[in-house]
Design a protein around this ligand. Structure first.
Ligand code: ACO
Length: 284
């Protein structure tokens, strides 16, 4: 369990899924420095929390987040360089460094508004499920700033360049269906199915070997910036590293259960966790 009480976020755990909720509904979950500090702390703690297999980010009160808090994050930090730097460091750390490199699978569940600075966590998490009627907006151009921190960068990396220019330069809202079409998110679903579909994805992820899943998401993230030679080498080494400490002995178990026992088909589903071979069997 977290070792402190939080004021602006909530943590709920159920059956391996940890819901991490931005909790300032009266401000549409706009992100204040205090909220950033709490998120940074909570993600740090949850990363090695044994009860947390998957983290789902969401917002309270029917909205994901209205972006940075224009009053508390911007105006009230003007002329206060140290305070501003602390807020920026914490904001950026959880929204990018922590989530992008997170050891466990992460999902964003989006309903209502998802604006501006909230695109950082949107694009840092591994998967995004949104309501078809959610409202996305890169509103920065409408009030005189750039999509800052890393927002311009991660938007330009995530979608084709024409879409990045379109949404950043026009600042117009778009819905979940459009967000899925252009590639900001994985899946847009009817609002009344949002929680069920998001939990369904989380449950599928929990069926995989955690070690293999972690390595796979790291591989996909890191090869994007490698050339072919680097990628061959990295993937070969990563492939060896997966097997070290894989409690499920996924490779040996998978081969044996498919080839010898005819117990499952890897194309259709993973083998059942907890059915790893005994040491004696794997040595054969
Ligand atoms: N920063 C600070 N306060 C905010 C923010 C924000 N980003 N968004 C909403 N709020 C506050 C409002 O000021 C209001 O506070 P009050 O009740 O004390 O007056 C309260 O949240 C409710 O907001 P409303 O505007 O009344 O809610 P509504 O549902 O009508 O509209 C909407 C929601 C569309 C999100 C609107 O609030 C809005 O445009 N907010 C600004 C979004 C934005 O541009 N974010 C910054 C992006 S830039 C960045 O993140 C780097």
């Amino acid at each position: 369990m977290p070792d402190r009480k939080y004021k602006y976020i909530k943590i709920d755990k159920q059956d391996g899924i940890t819901w991490l909720t931005l909790n300032r509904p009266e401000k549409r979950n706009a992100m204040s420095p205090a909220l950033h500090e709490e998120m940074d702390h909570a993600l740090f703690i949850l990363e090695d929390d044994p009860d947390t297999k998957v983290v789902i980010l969401r917002g309270a009160g029917g909205n994901f987040s209205a972006g940075q808090d224009l009053k508390e994050f911007f105006r009230e930090n003007e002329g206060k360089p140290r305070q501003g730097r602390k807020a920026r460091e914490e904001a950026n750390r959880w929204r990018w460094e922590r989530l992008y490199n997170y050891d466990k699978p992460t999902i964003c569940m989006i309903e209502g508004y998802c604006v501006g600075g909230a695109f950082m966590q949107l694009l840092a998490t591994d998967f995004v499920v949104a309501a078809e009627n959610a409202t996305f907006s890169l509103s920065e151009v409408n009030w005189g700033i750039l999509p800052g921190a890393l927002v311009s960068k991660v938007v330009a990396d995530a979608v084709i360049y024409r879409h990045a220019l379109w949404y950043a330069c026009l600042g117009e809202p778009f819905d979940g269906v459009e967000a899925a079409r252009v590639g900001f998110i994985n899946l847009a679903v009817p609002h009344d199915k949002l929680i069920a579909e998001t939990e369904n994805l989380a449950r599928k992820l929990m069926l995989k070997s955690p070690r293999v899943l972690r390595a796979t998401k790291q591989a996909i993230r890191h090869v994007r910036t490698m050339d072919f030679g680097q990628a061959y080498d990295y993937l070969a080494e990563k492939g060896k590293a997966i097997k070290v400490g894989d409690q499920e002995k996924s490779y040996e178990t998978g081969l044996s259960q498919f080839l010898d026992k005819k117990a499952y088909k890897p194309v259709m589903a993973p083998f059942k966790l907890g059915t790893m071979l005994t040491d004696e069997t794997t040595k054969k």
